[in-house]
Design a protein around this ligand. Sequence first.
Ligand code: ATP
Length: 240
Amino acid sequence: MQTNSVICADALTVCVDDRTLLDNLNFNVGKGEVFALLGGNGAGKSTTLKTFLGLMKASSGSATVLGHNASTQPNQVQKSVAYLPESVTLYGHLSGVENIRYFLSVAGVDKSDDDMFAALRKVALQEDSWNKALSNYSKGMRQKTAIALALLRNAPVLFLDEPTSGLDPAAIDEFNVLVSELAAGGATIFMVTHDVYGACQVAHRIVLLSNGKLTGSFERAGDTPIDTEAVHAAFAGRNV
Ligand SMILES: Nc1ncnc2c1ncn2[C@@H]1O[C@H](COP(=O)(O)OP(=O)(O)OP(=O)(O)O)[C@@H](O)[C@H]1O
């Protein structure tokens, strides 16, 4: 394991019945890194996420977050991570502010209104919507609310499931800026996606998953985004 490794897959293998869903995955994600796991339908992305969240167990090898084994110490892992599912689950009849207040109280986190307003400003949720019912929010606005909640929980690690699916191009750009800012502030971000372009814009590293195996890896060099064409080609099994 790297010394600054926050998320680590070490020979991670997950089998269900006689099927191998994840086959000997190895990777480390460092503090402040945006890591994207890219794969097609059925590649094993959700299985990987669920294993890191302690919802599925490793059959051999390990998935660890901040040194906690997700299979044997799921509670410790769940305390230190924020998880954004593809469809954000907040209450439609409550406002953004009320949702945040409610979920912080459930998590036992005590924050002032000023802290909450600062988080909503940081994620750039329009101020005139803060007290409107969430049922009036767009998907991007709901996602911003969920990210503000994650910030207020001070979660050092974020797991994001298909975070840009269903967002329009402007919302995707805003989301990418926010993710980059969070990472620059020290958050470690693990996302699963099949959006090659979006992953290239925001990720420091992209790892390809196919049939439960890692099949390629791309790293950002300085400020230059990862080459979309090279990732597309590898994703589609072509040579560039
Ligand atoms: N609990 C389970 N038991 C048996 N098979 C499963 C289980 N969960 C997932 N699978 C199978 O594992 C494979 C990987 O599924 P997974 O949901 O991880 O893929 P994915 O990359 O997230 O796909 P998608 O992009 O379509 O959501 C699929 O063939 C799926 O049918």
